[in-house]
Design a protein around this ligand. Structure first.
Ligand code: HEM
Length: 422
């Protein structure tokens, strides 16, 4: 634990970083609360009621019961399956040219498409000419991740020194304009007598708004979907890119994963969300990736509501507390061979990423646990499993797996499977 930590451009006087698992009573007992996700709330698109970035109880309830429950996600899995086939077709083009793909970019694009289909049954990216929305979405994501000096020196707000407010406002306006059009189109369709629901989130949110406009209205729907898109795209894409990197770096693991997929799914076939329970080794690969490479390494910052004691240290009331999931995942006191990528450690183990096992909390834990985790887990498994089962992979410029620079973005070439060549 450190008494003073400097993180990017935000300096906290009383900031504690935890690198040991918390006890259940501490995290769930609300001794540590989570303030809003400040990079988002500092920008002008945060609504007055910060519904998008910090779902309070009613909104969180909508998330768990109506948007991310197993039943609802099962109903919308066909929408994502379509996008999975698009992703595999895109990859197939590269097998013909032999060109390397920036796997992180491909994963990012696939995640936006998966999420936009789950949200509104349409692509945010492709359906607009000139790639305009690709620009909008990626700029929003970039801006939301940019530390804003105004957070530290509020007086600078008047001058908007980095132009973040200005840029963000423009992009948000365009994004909301697109959503407004989608909502108008959907409302019109819903008036038709034979309207059959798409099972997407927009339909669910419009149903809620129809029943209780206080709870959900057009403005809230737009902010809510934007918040989910921003929170869900980069995180999931990063996890996927790191998993592929580890597989290419560890050919034995890759080969075991291929064996499992070939046996259970059949060589070359895309996997479906319902297949995941039958693929323990693939599940272990995802857990091991999230252990070593948690996409949100410090979770969301917390604040001690009262003086609280953790492992003999007193955390004073009011202190910022960062839970360092990255350091915990690499802590040799918790994990044997902590720095090695060994998915086998999770075979036959009950440790999961659902927030109950405090040594592995890539999605956080307690009342603020990531509401999108059930969807993220499905997306990561089907994308990774299908990429591994549908292609062989080699590194750009014949680089050997031992010589890979793991800190560089992964560039790899998909190769048509031998038995699938016509
Ligand atoms: C591998 C992918 C993902 C990872 C690792 C991840 C991780 C996290 C973490 C660590 C938190 C903070 C939890 C805490 O501090 O206890 C969080 C919050 C959040 N996540 Fe995720 N997330 C992922 C994907 C998604 C997806 C796909 C969505 C939605 C579609 C999503 C929506 C959110 C939202 C809205 C919050 C804010 C909750 C709040 O403020 O209380 N996430 N996520």
């Amino acid at each position: 634990m450190h008494s003073h930590t400097k993180l990017g451009s935000i300096t906290c006087r009383k900031c504690i970083t935890l690198i040991i698992p918390l006890k259940k009573s501490t995290i769930l007992g609300a001794a540590l609360s989570t303030p809003p996700l400040y990079p988002l709330s500092s920008t002008s698109f945060a609504p007055k009621d910060p519904i998008d970035t910090r779902p309070e109880r009613p909104v969180r309830k909508i998330c768990t019961e109506q948007l991310f429950s197993a039943k609802v996600l099962d109903a919308s899995q066909g929408l994502r399956q379509k996008k999975l086939l698009d992703l595999l077709n895109d990859m197939r083009k590269y097998t013909r040219t032999g060109k390397a793909i920036n796997v992180g970019h491909a994963a990012f694009r696939a995640c936006i498409n998966f999420l936009s289909y789950t949200f509104v049954s349409e692509d945010f990216v492709e359906s607009v000419e000139n790639g305009e929305y690709k620009d909008i979405v990626s700029t929003l994501l970039k801006l939301s991740g940019t530390a804003n000096v105004v957070d530290v020196f509020p007086v600078l707000k008047l001058f908007d020194p980095q132009g973040l407010q200005r840029n963000t406002t423009n992009y948000i306006t365009m994004f909301f304009h697109r959503l407004d059009k989608l909502i108008d189109k959907r409302l019109k369709l819903r008036e038709e007598e034979n309207y059959v629901t798409n099972n997407d989130m927009l339909d669910t949110l419009l149903d809620i708004s129809h029943q209780d406009s206080q709870k959900m209205d057009r403005e809230k729907i737009k902010h809510f979907l934007l918040g989910l898109l921003v929170a869900g795209t980069d995180t999931t894409a990063f996890g996927l890119e790191r998993a592929m990197t580890e597989l290419l770096h560890n050919p034995k693991v890759m080969s075991k994963a291929k064996q499992e997929l070939e046996q259970i799914i059949g060589k070359g076939n895309p996997i479906e969300e319902s297949d995941v329970v039958k693929l323990p080794y693939l599940q272990a690969i995802i857990k091991e990736t999230l252990r070593l490479h948690p996409p949100a390494p410090l979770l969301l910052p917390r604040k001690a509501k009262i003086d609280v004691e953790i492992s003999g240290y007193t955390i004073p009331k009011g202190a910022r507390v960062l839970i360092n999931a990255w350091a915990m995942g690499r802590n040799p006191n918790i994990w044997e061979d902590a720095h090695l990528f060994l998915p086998e450690r999770f075979l036959g183990s009950n440790i999961d990423v659902k927030g109950r096992d405090f040594e592995l909390t890539p999605f956080g834990s307690g009342r603020r646990i990531c509401p999108g985790s059930p969807l993220a887990i499905r997306m990561m498994h089907v994308m990774l499993g299908s990429l591994v089962n549908s292609f062989d992979w080699k590194l750009e410029n014949n680089i050997k797996h031992d010589d890979m620079d793991l800190d560089q973005p992964l560039r790899a070439i998909p190769v048509e499977l031998k038995s699938c060549l016509v």
